[in-house]
Design a protein around this ligand. Structure first.
Ligand SMILES: [Zn+2]
Length: 255
């Protein structure tokens, strides 16, 4: 397995990318974009061993450290840090991407535990790091893992291609497939806006488990997701063939 540092967080923590294949991966998995959802870091790492893929286990390492009580936010905050979602400056990374930025129904304009879009799109180093990687690699499939709710969201704006493939995947893990209404500025949104492949947001774990999802639930979640990477890889190869026949490029529409 190859490890590359693709960037550094606000507080200077490494953001590693692991490549379990030969470097021609058609699937990128991203975990831990929301701090309190850090069980997804362990989930994507476990799933990545199923087949060759690229994986960023934790896009928000400062946030994860805050939730674990190992770090303090760099903004005044008096609430429950175990419920923190943002990065260390109080920017919610999953509304910081350049895709109808600032138009999401839950967006806020003040730094805090969640939903703050940041001063401008892609203002945060964590957001920049994953965007740069995707611009370079143009993965046919990008999956962003969150908790909770057991549902799959796909597509954004004009890109609702590959519904059939998204449905196959959702059926495989036993979650319903949904269009995300009112979402904007997320990783999946940005990917779908700028690339022609399949972008997914996957909400793992049952709502009643609460945030942060208890670590002892990981096995149960994994059971549902076993075999899903092999399917995503097959979908990725198919999309790559349809796009330009060269394996790992989706033929970006606008970048
Ligand atoms: Zn989330």
């Amino acid at each position: 397995m190859k490890k590359t540092i693709i960037g550094y967080s606000r507080l200077g923590r490494e953001i590693p990318l692991f490549q379990t294949g030969e470097g021609d991966a058609v699937v990128l998995l991203v975990g831990g974009i929301h701090a309190r959802e850090h069980i997804t870091c362990d989930l994507v790492q476990a799933l990545s061993t199923e087949t060759g893929c690229d994986v960023i286990p934790c896009l928000n390492p400062d946030g994860r450290a805050i939730v674990r009580g190992e770090e303090k936010p760099r903004i005044p905050f008096s609430g429950d840090l175990r419920q923190w979602k943002a990065n260390a400056l109080g920017v919610d990374l999953n509304v910081n991407f350049d895709a109808e930025w600032g138009k999401g129904v839950s967006n806020v304009w003040k730094a805090g535990a969640e939903n703050y879009v940041g001063p401008c799109p892609e203002s945060e180093p964590e957001t920049k790091a994953v965007c740069a990687l995707i611009r370079q690699k143009r993965y046919p499939v990008v999956v962003s893992y969150h908790t909770l709710g057991e549902e799959v969201y796909w597509g954004f704006g004009d890109n609702y291609r590959y519904r059939q493939e998204a449905l196959l995947y959702a059926d495989k893990i036993g979650y319903p497939l949904k269009k995300s209404v009112g979402s904007a500025g997320g990783l999946k949104d940005w990917y779908c806006k700028n690339f022609s492949g399949l972008g997914l947001t996957v909400e793992v774990g049952r709502t009643e488990w609460g945030h942060p999802c208890p670590p002892e639930r990981l096995e149960e979640i994994l059971k549902k997701h076993r075999g899903s990477l092999v399917l995503l890889e097959r979908i990725g190869r198919k999309i790559a063939r349809e796009n330009d026949g060269r394996g790992n490029q989706t033929g970006a529409d606008r970048l």
